[in-house]
Design a protein around this ligand. Structure first.
Ligand SMILES: Nc1ncnc2c1ncn2[C@@H]1O[C@H](COP(=O)(O)OP(=O)(O)OP(=O)(O)O)[C@@H](O)[C@H]1O
Length: 258
């Protein structure tokens, strides 16, 4: 049996008061295998961000478990939790979340400056990631002096600097134009293929989703459909067409509904 990197087990999140609860996650369960590029799609309000935030320990689930390499993250003590947040997961946000008063370089190394990784190793990783994401020319610039695409590639380098086990990405192309979105997705996919880097990505965008190896469609906090790319004999364009078909069926005929 293949090892599971991440296991989401019967995860529930109820917001609000007893009289008017919102079941944002309704007992969702799935696994992520090492090296997978897993997409999560679903209509607005279906629980996608809640799911990522429970995995990232930004919010606490009402019930259920998340295991990383077999370890229950809700049982972590504060030291384990800091290590989990700082270096075992990398979070890529839709709106970049760079600090305005730090340069590109300072933003990228922030996670390891906090967690104390030796500076030679840090410089080596910074150089490799900057070249890979084509951001060497913006390392000395502030976010206000960068394009959206550059900001998101700086954010991607920051999320990889501590060499996390898994990247959690919430609508990473949501604030980008089509070309910058494509570049970002090609870079993430490249990382996934070259280093077997595991990615769990929430997206509304069928183009972005077509880079995934598998997609879970969620609605009302549970999985209602799954698509898997037939890697050997299905092109990305063919997979994109299948994603659009599911979106059209499930979204009432419009590919933009999800
Ligand atoms: N802090 C909160 N308090 C109360 N209800 C919330 C809170 N956050 C989210 N919800 C509700 O939980 C449900 C799931 O929200 P969530 O943000 O996870 O959905 P989503 O699929 O990410 O949506 P979108 O695609 O629009 O970002 C929604 O009905 C939402 O209104």
């Amino acid at each position: 049996m293949e090892n599971k990197l991440l296991e989401v087990i019967e995860l529930q999140k109820v917001y609000g008061k007893k009289e008017s609860p919102t079941n944002a996650l309704d007992g969702i369960s799935f696994d992520v295998l090492p090296g997978e590029f897993l997409g999560i799609m679903g209509p607005s309000g279906s629980g996608k961000t809640t799911l990522l935030n429970c995995i990232a320990t930004i919010i606490k689930p009402t019930a259920g478990q998340v295991l990383l390499s077999g370890e229950n993250i809700s049982a972590f003590n504060s030291k384990d939790l800091a290590q989990y947040r700082g270096s075992r997961i990398g979070y890529l946000f839709q709106d970049f979340e760079l600090l305005d008063n730090l340069t590109g370089k300072e933003n990228i190394i922030l996670p390891i400056s906090i967690h104390g990784i030796n500076s030679q190793e840090a410089d080596k990783r910074l150089n490799e990631l900057s070249e890979y994401f084509e951001i060497t020319n913006v390392l000395q610039k502030f976010p206000s002096q960068m394009s959206g695409g550059q900001k998101q590639r700086v954010a991607a380098a920051r999320c990889l600097i501590a060499n996390p086990d898994i990247i959690l990405a919430d609508e990473p192309t949501g604030a980008l134009d089509t070309r910058s979105a494509r570049t970002l997705m090609e870079k993430l996919k490249g990382m996934n293929q070259k280093d077997e880097r595991t990615v769990l990505m929430v997206t509304h965008d069928a183009n972005a989703a077509s880079f995934c190896s598998r997609i879970l469609f969620i609605q009302d906090g549970i999985i209602f459909h799954e698509l898997r790319r037939q890697t050997n004999d299905e092109s990305q364009d063919e997979f994109y067409d299948r994603i659009l078909q599911v979106m059209a069926q499930l979204g009432g005929g419009s590919a933009n509904v999800l």
